[in-house]
Design a protein around this ligand. Structure first.
Ligand code: S3P
Length: 447
């Protein structure tokens, strides 16, 4: 018998997810896999399109964000096999050879598609591109990539303040050394991709290390790229030649994070998440949960196609509060919403600082998590650059909203599992951006 009742209500455009735990305790048990890493999926499609020859991608995330990237690349001439199976083929057209699309490129909800693609488009001389996205993406700052690209000679027009829709007049770009004021893999990757065709060395230096999937994959595709971890710098020497590769996409640790927290907070839980990417630039969530005394074990550690991978076992334990700040923040930036849920079930006050980037994600994740967890009864205070969460108060189910943010929808579902009574999460369909099978996976862990 299920200890949780899960229902999905669909209106014309929105789905709400209701979760009603039974009076008895809810345990999650079983062995699962999470969908392919979103960051690696985007990059494999983009580099595949820019390379000469065929790229084979195994384990691509079949979610809305990579669909946006693929649709844009197809509109510029790349051939990509249907995104309905585990194995996707990209027939590249070669660097600098993307065609001028006959319509606006729609990046949907995907900041990664827009920011990385701007580096590619800006460097395609003599072509004109227009770029837009959904209501959320049109409020997200693009000046962080427009400004450095302009320093390389790019011509980009935006709405006032640097917001999409955008227009790009492609040009030949000059190399440069960019000191990024923020640790952002999207900014870094955008500049490195723009540097692919610039004649000379293009360097990006960041204040702290951000995810390095672009650097790893550019190297595998044959680019001359060097990395200096000490100064948090990456340099690409253009012009490059990219050759199609076989990419194996590991499971997304950002998706695994929901189950790591669910397993840690739900008494009696014991679950195994197989094949999760544990690239050190992404494992801040493991560091934070281990510091909170979560019972997590890494098994079967191995390297698959240049990325470290492991199986993660999590069992329930009594969590303790911790402080999350500084250089770890870029290494767990997408997991902070679900870490806030973990903190609500931990003993003591957890402080999260240096994370003001959360205010410009798919939603203002500080404001949204604070308001939604508060309405469940949690003790949580907003800080300008983070939050303070005092755990231990029993949460109560109520009506919640995802604010169309995939990670908020799923984080709230995990909170609902450990709450008293029925929680309804409105606009829960947002989960499909990165985790289309989130609800069936949850059901499988409860049966
Ligand atoms: C991503 C980088 C991160 C992350 C986003 C994906 C990427 O953004 O939040 O979900 O694939 O490069 P920033 O680099 O802007 O922090």
């Amino acid at each position: 018998m299920h200890t949780v009742t899960i229902t999905l209500d669909t209106t014309e455009s929105h789905k709400s997810l209701s979760i009603s735990p039974a009076e008895t305790e809810v345990a999650l048990r079983g062995t699962i896999r999470v969908p392919g890493d979103k960051s690696i999926s985007h990059r494999s499609l983009m580099l595949g399109a820019l390379a000469k020859g065929t790229t084979h991608i195994e384990g691509l995330l079949l979610g809305e964000d990579p669909f946006s990237t693929a649709a844009c690349l197809r509109a510029m001439g790349a051939e990509i096999s249907p995104l309905n199976s585990d194995h996707v083929e990209v027939i590249g057209i070669g660097l600098g050879a993307l065609g001028e699309p006959i319509d606006v490129l729609d990046m949907g909800n995907s900041g990664t598609s827009m920011r990385l693609m701007l580096g590619i488009l800006a460097s395609h001389a003599d072509r004109f591109f227009t770029v837009t996205g959904d209501a959320s993406l049109r409020t997200r700052p693009m000046s962080r990539v427009i400004q450095p690209l302009e320093q390389m000679g790019a011509q980009i027009f935006s709405r006032k303040g640097g917001y999409a829709p955008l227009a790009v007049c492609g040009r030949s770009l000059k190399p440069m050394h960019y000191q990024s004021p923020i640790a952002s893999a999207q900014v870094k990757s955008c500049i490195l991709l723009a540097g692919l065709m610039a004649d000379g060395a293009t360097t990006v230096t960041e204040p702290a290390v951000s995810r390095d999937h672009s650097e790893r994959m550019l190297k595998a595709f044959g680019a001359n790229i060097t990395v200096d971890p000490e100064s948090c710098s990456a340099t690409i020497h253009g012009p490059a030649q990219l050759t199609g590769q076989s990419v194996v996409v590991p499971g997304d640790i950002s998706s695994a994070a929901f189950w790591l927290v669910a397993g840690a907070i739900a008494p009696g839980s014991d679950l195994l998440i197989e094949n999760v990417g544990i690239n050190p630039t992404r494992t801040g969530i493991l560091d934070a949960l281990l510091e909170m005394e979560a019972d997590i074990t890494l098994l079967n550690e191995r390297t698959v196609a240049g990325e470290p991978v492991a199986d993660l076992r999590v069992r329930h334990s009594c969590l303790k509060a911790c402080t999350i700040e500084g250089a770890v923040i870029p290494r767990l930036i997408d997991e902070i919403p679900v870490l806030a849920v973990a903190a609500a079930f931990a003993e003591g006050t957890t402080v999260i600082r240096d994370a003001k980037e959360l205010r410009v994600k798919e939603s203002d994740r500080i404001a949204v998590m604070a308001s939604q967890l508060t309405s469940m009864g949690a003790l949580i205070a907003e800080l300008p650059d983070g939050m303070e969460i005092t755990g231990g108060k029993k949460l109560t189910g109520t009506n919640l909203d995802s604010f169309t943010d995939h990670r908020i929808a799923m984080s709230l579902a995990i909170a609902a599992l450990a709450a008293r009574g029925k929680t309804t999460i409105h606009r829960a369909e947002a989960a499909a951006v990165s985790y289309p099978d989130f609800v069936p996976t949850l059901q499988s862990l409860l049966s």
